[in-house]
Write a protein that binds this ligand. Structure first.
Ligand SMILES: C[S@@+](CC[C@H](N)C(=O)[O-])C[C@H]1O[C@@H](n2cnc3c(N)ncnc32)[C@H](O)[C@@H]1O
Length: 309
């Protein structure tokens, strides 16, 4: 398998229940592994909207799919999804919305993007480098206490205090601006290593999630998807760590039950009725997929179906 292997592809396609004349939204185009496979199953009446917040992904989408009249490509983020999808398609409603969360292999592999602790590069980590501030700029100013909170909450890092202290001490001499510099600082600050995990894994995950506002984005994206789905439309979300998966699971469960305010009451207003039906359980990749594509190791796919309003 090559570096762009789409994760849980067959399972996501089955979850989306692709219809040849259906309308689909891939909110995380990346390099189009999933989008390309969806498109192959669409006929002349089918439609695909491909979105990504990364300009390089959008460029790849335009180069690959730009000539296809069934496709609309947009550069945007989950928080603005409803602005980017064609209004006519939004009114009709989508038959499927896919989120394949996290970073793509091309983002991780390019040292200039600053996502990897293994490849030296500027400490940037923005999925859309035209927005917000880089990880290096954030690390230059962040109060120690706030850094501890981010490392703990978003990285579930038990040595958050030690890492934050080491960073604050280092930046008194000079700001930390390179990925490998940060990775080495973390490795030296951590007293015990987790088996088969680089000591900076959690720190990089936490800073990346903070810089890109990933949990907020996910919450906004899921809300938008709920509004964009047609009755019987499918919501598929592939997450890569426990915080993301928890957010997806809780969102789906919350919308698959009656608003607790009305639980047990004889009259439930339409706005408080379940909007989703859970489809099956969480799906994990096979041993075979993990052997061929180690990035799939931590993936979880959840599927839900939009109920009629
Ligand atoms: C795991 S990759 C997707 C890979 C893709 N399914 C494929 O097969 O090539 C995730 C992509 O989602 C994009 N992304 C992450 N968060 C986003 C957000 N909030 N809004 C829009 N795109 C986002 C990233 O820029 C990245 O390109």
């Amino acid at each position: 398998m090559d570096e762009h292997s789409p994760v849980l592809l067959a399972e996501a396609l089955a979850g989306l229940q692709i219809k040849a004349d259906g309308y689909y939204l891939d909110a995380t185009f990346g390099r189009g592994g999933h989008a390309g496979a969806i498109l192959m199953r669409l006929g002349a009446q089918g439609r695909l909207c491909a979105v990504d917040r990364d300009a390089e992904a959008v460029q790849a989408a335009r180069a690959r799919l730009g000539g296809d009249a069934r496709v609309v490509v947009a550069h945007g983020r989950f928080g603005e999804l409803r602005r980017w999808v064609p209004q006519e398609w939004a009114r009709r409603g989508f038959d499927g919305v896919l989120f394949d969360l996290g970073v793509s292999s091309p983002q991780l592999d390019d040292p200039a993007r600053g996502f990897s602790f293994l490849r030296d590069g500027p400490l940037d980590m923005r999925m859309d480098p035209t927005q917000g501030i880089s990880a290096a700029q954030w690390l230059e100013k962040v109060p120690e206490r706030e850094l501890v909170r981010v490392l703990r909450e978003l990285g579930e890092e038990r040595f958050a205090g030690r890492i934050a202290r080491a960073l604050v001490e280092r930046r008194r001499e000079a700001p930390v601006r390179r990925t490998v510099e940060l990775a080495e600082l973390v490795a030296a600050a951590v007293p015990r290593r987790e088996e088969s995990k680089h000591p900076a894994t959690r720190t990089f995950q936490a800073i990346r999630m903070h810089i890109n506002g990933e949990l907020d984005e996910l919450a906004q994206g899921l809300d938008a998807a709920l509004q964009l789905l047609a009755p019987s439309g499918r919501l598929c979300a592939i997450s890569f760590h426990s915080l993301e998966d928890r957010a997806v699971k809780q969102f789906m469960r919350r919308h698959a039950t009656v608003d607790p305010v009305y639980a047990g009451l004889p009259q439930v207003p339409p706005s408080a009725r379940p909007k989703l039906r859970l489809v099956g359980k969480a799906i994990r990749p096979s041993e075979q997929e993990i052997a061929g594509n180690p990035r799939a190791r931590s993936a979880t796919l959840r599927v839900a179906e939009r109920l009629a309003a």
